[in-house]
Design a protein around this ligand. Sequence first.
Ligand SMILES: *Cc1c(COP(=O)(O)O)cnc(C)c1O
Length: 400
Amino acid sequence: MIPALMPNYARADLAFERGEGARLWASDGRRFLDFGAGIATSSLGHGHPHLVKAIAEQAARVMHVSNLYRVPQAEELARRHVANCFADSVFFCNSGAEANEGMVKAVRKYHAENGHPERFRMICFEGAFHGRTLAMIAATGNAKYLAGFGPPVEGFDHVPFGNMNAVRDAITPQTAGIMIEPIQGEGGVRPAELQFLRDLRAACDEFGLLLALDEVQTGMGRSGKLWAHQWAGIEPDVMSSAKGIGGGFPLGAVFAKEHVAKHLKPGTHGTTYGGNPLACAAGNAVLDVILAPGFLDGVDRVARHLWRGLEGLARRHPDVIEGVRGAGLLLGIRLRDAVTNSALQDAAAAEGLLTVAAGMNVLRLAPPLIITDAEADEAVSLLDRACLRVSPDSAKAAAQ
Ligand SMILES: *Cc1c(COP(=O)(O)O)cnc(C)c1O
């Protein structure tokens, strides 16, 4: 018989009762170091006192009123984000896929309002992940996610990640914009070259296209800067965010420059829950922590410490690990063909470390941004033991 909870996930047989910082306790009593953070989402870790207090206080006052009314918490959160990034205006929603939908709608609207409704196509990249709605599985372009769901939504063209010639070849009079993750997350923790991002910006300027960044996974401090595109010194026209922006509370956002945002007039786009007082109280509390002086420098520093630890790990286990990649606290361990990422993920969990698999046989580490050097070291030593468990070198495996 089918479970009451729809069986659309292959879940690990683990349920958590309580969390504190980067630790989670399972109902069977086991304790874990959480280097998955609910897929790069619990950015302040579990039970962060400032976030917990903000949510509890706002929940007791008023949670939801709808966008029929002003929402001061949303006005405040938008104002603070605008003061700290390229955007002139922000729309709040509830998830990453919904933010990406809003972003693509904004790009299409911009061209339609400028007299070019025929310009509606987005150039996207092989290996991308943009979410699970009908349009976003088309933007993602992965045949596995599209199968069985009818004709793909029109208007998404795919080219190889990092290939500027292919991008230029794909631009037609119907192209509206270019949509890219600065670091492909689900696709295998693959960072775009910073020069590639700059070249995309230049191509957008040359052809009148909008640059649309999906920073759902890479944003809100995960890369060591507030937004990953800041490493390239460029500004997009529009950007999506979700995951870490609410620190584990559902919140998404579309950030836009004025020339894009001004076309989203009343009636063009909307949401019932989006930007509600409770979600925005959470968003403001997350921002309080991330914008505190020195916090992002601390993320960058601990990330470099973890990177060095992982490079040591790779040197000790050349039979398991091909290399380390990523940026900030979005790191990927690329494995040898003889070892699967799910095998290493299971071995790490058996040692007490939670991680997340990604494409291209990569094991992803996306810990809370509040981890300490000691927790980074602990994760590396748990991975050391996990590598022994999965080592194809049988002598090594037997010795453990
Ligand atoms: C997770 C993710 C999404 C989808 O977010 P949901 O909240 O699951 O809808 C979109 N884009 C990127 C880059 C993501 O990592």
